[in-house]
Design a protein around this ligand. Structure first.
Ligand code: PGA
Length: 248
């Protein structure tokens, strides 16, 4: 068992409409309520359109709310964007930043991710920084260098380490059904801890990429892994809860 508290995060991506999202959130809130006190933390990150409704629906349950992205600024003339402060207003405590889908589809560089982390922490949110290598980088044996560099370059100068979680998400493992071995995850987590410096030992480092109720136990059997960031398997209440139970 990890000496750090485990964190189970659901990234709903662009899935869920008002009715289905509320049903899913209420089901999870009910399960969490029934099992409290929990010996892990659980966070759901629904699409921004559902944040407020879900915030109200899960109020009082041991289930926290997160966002999936934010702008680098607190406010301004940025049509269509949302700020970290706006998510904090709605009850969010966490925010996923630098997800590979944002890095690739929205051109987010490490520098932009660092600015977003700074904005998120200023708003009082804990940032979940995602890092991961491509299949080509894995094949060329450069994973450790790539990850260490991504971590260092994605941190703002005045990063509050107490409000930062890192998720190792190999890009080739996201939505693919493929995964690194638990020992490979452990090796990369150690690289991440080292890149984080002194605070590294106390920080939560998650694994993400095709996590399911079937494989979550193997991954979290490693004390080095402080939890999981779950995509597709997080939009099913029973499945997501089953994953969380594997953190024990
Ligand atoms: P997946 O997604 O669990 O569907 O692979 C993980 C993620 O993108 O965070």
């Amino acid at each position: 068992m990890s000496k750090r508290r485990r964190l189970i995060v659901g990234n709903w991506k662009m899935y869920g409409r008002l009715t289905s999202g509320l049903v899913l959130a209420r089901d999870l809130a009910e399960m969490a309520q029934k099992h409290k006190p929990l010996d892990f933390d659980m966070v759901i990150c629904p699409p921004a359109t559902l944040t407020w409704a879900i915030s109200e629906a899960i109020a009082g349950a041991p289930l926290m709310l997160g966002a999936q992205d934010c702008h680098t600024a607190t406010h301004g003339a940025y049509t269509g964007d949302l700020s970290a402060a706006q998510f904090a207003d709605l009850g969010c405590r966490y925010i996923i930043l630098g997800h590979s889908e944002r890095r690739s589809a929205h051109g987010e560089t490490n520098e932009i991710v660092a600015q977003k982390i700074e904005a998120a922490q200023l708003a009082g949110l804990t940032a979940i920084l995602c890092v991961g290598e491509t299949a080509e980088q894995l094949a060329s044996g450069t994973t450790a260098d790539i990850i260490a560099n991504q971590v260092r370059a994605s941190l703002p100068e005045k990063c509050r380490m107490a409000n930062l979680v890192v998720a190792y998400e190999p890009i080739w493992a996201i939505g693919s059904g493929q995964q690194p071995s638990p020992s490979d995850v452990v090796a990369v987590n150690k690289v991440i801890r080292k890149a984080l410096g002194e605070a590294g030992e106390t920080m939560q480092i998650l694994y993400g990429g095709s996590v399911s109720p079937v494989n979550a136990g193997n991954i979290m059997a490693e004390p080095e892994v402080d939890g999981v960031l779950v995509g597709s398997a997080s939009i099913n209440a029973d499945g997501f809860w089953a994953i969380a139970e594997k953190s024990r």
